[in-house]
Design a protein around this ligand. Structure first.
Ligand SMILES: NC(=O)c1ccc[n+]([C@@H]2O[C@H](COP(=O)([O-])OP(=O)(O)OC[C@H]3O[C@@H](n4cnc5c(N)ncnc54)[C@H](OP(=O)(O)O)[C@@H]3O)[C@@H](O)[C@H]2O)c1
Length: 253
């Protein structure tokens, strides 16, 4: 049997937005474990991002303020990152936001919340790609991963606008994969419910119902979603413009 190890990403630079979140932290760790220098983008969680950077395997990892709803701040972040690293090979758009609003409670989903969700979950990834595009193009072999959600396909999720924002993100993934090829591949990674601290704080019965409705009988771990990002950066060399599900077969129910 031929043994294949995951190719190393040594010498490559990955930028992760929402780096200090439950999923972002696992993605940063996976990429660093495989040799990447990781730039940890944070918004409010500067302290947590700094602690995470220190916990990563040895490397020139560092933190940068990347509020994804502020395009000027993203341009400044891109300038700082380019100055320090001289390259960007991978961008993971992991920053995202939502709130639970029942789908039939149209008044509960007010305009302020709608604007926040859309600005963060769809305009944010676009603005991050736009800001980092010169560096990604210069890499010549770059990858953008947009962290989407199963909600894009199933329309089941924390609220109507969250589901719509992730569907829009998948559509943008396809448009940009076409527009930025061949130098930049663009993929969505689409998790089902992930067993993060936040999800563990939710109603246990609801969480168990979700796990039972999943063909594989449990929620995803953050590491399993991080593995999909790693796979996109390593083995899946000829894949672009699609959404990779990491959902245990939840849509089969
Ligand atoms: N958890 C799940 O079950 C699940 C399932 C499917 C998809 N997802 C997706 O996975 C991604 C990460 O979610 P998570 O579970 O790790 O959530 P989380 O722990 O709440 O992390 C969210 C992250 O987004 C960042 N963020 C929010 N608003 C931002 C803004 N305006 N600018 C920059 N960063 C901002 C936060 O940064 P700061 O803390 O620095 O402010 C935080 O690091 C999201 O895109 C989410 O939609 C999650």
């Amino acid at each position: 049997m031929i043994e294949r190890t995951v190719p190393l990403l040594t010498g490559r630079v990955a930028v992760v937005t929402g780096a200090a979140g439950g999923l972002g932290a696992a993605i940063c760790a996976r990429l660093a474990d495989h040799g990447c220098t990781v730039v940890l983008g944070y918004h409010r969680s500067e302290q947590a991002a700094r602690q995470l950077a220190e916990s990563l395997p040895e490397g020139a990892h560092f933190c940068v303020r990347m509020p994804v709803t502020d395009s000027a701040a993203l341009r400044e972040a891109a300038r700082q990152i380019g100055e320090r690293t001289g390259r960007v090979d991978v961008l993971v758009n992991c920053a995202g936001t939502t709130q639970f609003v029942p789908h039939d409670d149209l008044d509960g989903l007010d305009d302020t919340l709608i604007d926040t969700i859309l600005a963060t979950n769809i305009r944010g990834p676009f603005a991050a790609i736009r800001a980092l595009r010169p560096w990604l193009e210069a890499s010549g072999d770059a990858l953008v991963v947009n962290i989407s959600s199963i909600a894009a396909r199933t329309a089941m999720g924390s609220n109507v606008m969250y589901c719509a924002s992730k569907a829009a993100l998948d559509n943008m993934t396809a448009s940009l994969a076409r527009a930025l090829a061949p130098s930049i591949r663009v993929l969505s990674v689409s998790p089902g419910l992930i067993d993060t601290e936040f999800v563990r704080s939710l109603d246990v019965q609801w969480r168990d119902t979700q796990a039972q409705a999943t063909a594989l009988g449990r929620l995803a771990t953050p590491d399993e979603v991080a593995d999909a990002v790693l796979a996109a950066a390593t083995f899946l060399r000829f894949t672009t413009g699609v959404a990779l599900p990491v959902d245990g077969g939840r849509p089969l129910a």
